[in-house]
Design a protein around this ligand. Structure first.
Ligand SMILES: [Zn+2]
Length: 247
């Protein structure tokens, strides 16, 4: 069964399904943690609240094996033309997400033995949104030139048109991904479910690490895994080395 990419489909339903399928995290952290060890570049995601990971309310009417389509909007917030990455590069990231969340990536055989039992096919299908919040046709990409030439990634401003970024599309209907330059060497950051301002929910990724081609073609962050990792946080996954430790 395929749940159509209708942005009106409740994200709470999708998160309920995700709760049952999150063992894929082993794959995500293995791919990304190695890169962390080699470079002093980090994920900036931190859980704001303390205590245990909040549980989602199970939705008994949802099949565990249903494929869930997730409409994605990618907000490109750029200053230099290099940061205004191509649609092909954006699509290359979508392809990686679908490989990683469906246990189809080429590196799966290299997952350490200790994590192999946790490998799972999450059955998520990411797709660029075909309708905008007003119901009009869209390619699922917004492009905003900003005057911020230092780096708007990782700042609250990126989430707001009035501050040089771009407003989120309703986060209960879309997965919002902002792509921009970061001031430091941060690869990405994400909001955990229910944390932070409602209109800033989503993930942010350094334009040098988004996708597999163009500005992201240079190793070690050329596999699209930064976005895979951050979306894991967005769906309530912690770092396996513990919360609030970024190295
Ligand atoms: Zn992280």
């Amino acid at each position: 069964m395929l749940v159509h990419a209708d942005p009106t489909h409740s994200y709470q339903h999708k998160q309920a399904i995700m709760e049952k399928r999150l063992s894929i995290f082993a794959i995500l952290v293995c791919c990304f943690a190695n890169a962390f060890a080699q470079q002093q570049e980090h994920c900036a995601t931190k859980r704001l609240s303390t205590g245990s990971i909040p549980a989602f309310t199970p939705k008994p009417n949802i099949s565990e094996r249903a494929v869930v389509a997730i409409p994605v909007v990618v907000h490109i917030v750029w200053n230099s033309s290099e940061e205004n990455i191509s649609e092909e590069q954006i699509q290359s990231q979508i392809e990686v997400l679908n490989q990683d969340y469906n246990a189809e990536n080429e590196q799966i055989s290299s997952v350490p033995a200790i994590f192999k039992p946790a490998i799972a096919d999450v059955d998520f299908q990411f797709c660029l949104a075909s309708k905008d919040p007003n119901g009009n046709p869209t390619n699922g990409i917004t492009r905003t030139q900003t005057s911020n030439n230092i780096g708007i990634g990782g700042t609250a401003a990126i989430h707001h048109t009035s501050q040089g970024g771009h407003d989120a599309w309703p986060p209960e209907k879309y997965l919002n991904i902002w792509v921009a330059k970061f001031a430091g060497e941060i690869g990405g950051v994400a909001s955990f479910p229910g944390e932070g301002p409602a209109d800033e929910q989503g993930v942010e990724v350094n334009y040098k690490q988004f996708g597999t081609i163009g500005t992201a073609a240079t190793p070690p962050y050329h596999l699209g895994r930064t976005c895979t990792h951050e979306i894991g946080h967005y769906f309530n996954l912690e770092h396996f080395w513990g919360p609030n430790i970024n190295s």
